[in-house]
Design a protein around this ligand. Structure first.
Ligand code: 1GP
Length: 245
């Protein structure tokens, strides 16, 4: 089954949780252990990526190790075309729509597209929108961040993504953000689009995940709390997302 179909099939039963692991933040064996733990707790897919220091070597080693320990789809969440792993099941073929740098909007994608084709990876197109504070990804991506009270701006970016045919829209506050994307923004964007809405950055507690779900997030991504090896917190978050209310 294609990963896109897997996502849509699961979305038919409610929102999803995805676990993000940065290959630069731990050894491949530990990434494999964290993925297995996240799977046991009910996560739906593993995303692999990071804003800096992802190399072909640490990416391939991490994805290979995860694939051995866990049978969930592994989706590459790239920061550029310099490293693309043949071992992933799919790649978010994404454009940082509010980057001031053409490289992050379309340049890296032009370099990466033939490689994705050659490797036979499944591309899942995604409009990536950086919301303040944006953290490291906003900085390295030269993002003209959407202000936290600019609901119209966020909706316009999301609609533009959908009208350009992108299959997902991702509202990103940045890994380790002190606060997640504002709930009012999630609600407004969800109302504006028909494609699934991904939200991530700064989600550390079950109640935040629950509020995100109620606001309309279809896919909730957590990275830092998994990397910090916090199974209690991760369990709370996944439970909040998966419990029907
Ligand atoms: C980053 O949105 C993700 O791309 C995850 O953020 O590390 O804050 O969970 P956290």
């Amino acid at each position: 089954m294609k990963v896109k179909d897997y996502i849509h099939e699961r979305l038919g039963h409610g929102p999803l949780h995805m676990t993000l692991l940065d290959p630069d933040k731990q050894e491949p064996e530990q990434a494999a252990e964290l993925s297995a733990m996240a799977k046991d707790l009910g996560t739906d897919a593993i995303m692999v990526g990071g804003s800096t220091d992802v190399t072909q070597e640490n990416l391939d080693a991490t994805v290979e190790a995860i694939k051995k320990s866990c049978d969930l789809p592994v989706i590459y969440f790239p920061s550029g075309a310099h490293a693309i792993s043949r071992y992933c099941d799919a790649i978010y073929f994404m454009s940082m729509l509010n980057s001031r740098s053409i490289k992050h909007v379309i340049g890296e994608q032009v370099v990466g597209a033939p490689i994705v084709k050659m490797l036979g990876l499944e591309p899942i197109s995604m409009g990536y929108i950086i919301v303040a504070p944006g953290m490291k990804v906003g900085e390295v991506g030269h993002a003209d961040v959407v202000k936290r009270d600019d609901l119209k701006g966020a909706c316009a970016y999301a609609l533009a993504a959908e009208f350009m045919g992108m299959q997902l829209v991702y509202l990103e506050a940045g890994s380790g953000a002190p606060d997640p994307v504002p709930l009012e923004m999630v609600t407004a964007v969800k109302k504006a689009i028909t494609v699934p809405l991904v939200v991530g950055g700064g989600i550390r507690k079950g109640e935040q995940a629950l509020s995100m779900k109620k606001a309309g997030a279809d896919i909730i991504v957590t990275g830092t709390i998994v990397e910090n090896c916090d199974p209690v917190c991760l369990a709370e978050i996944i439970k909040a997302i998966k419990t029907r209310s």
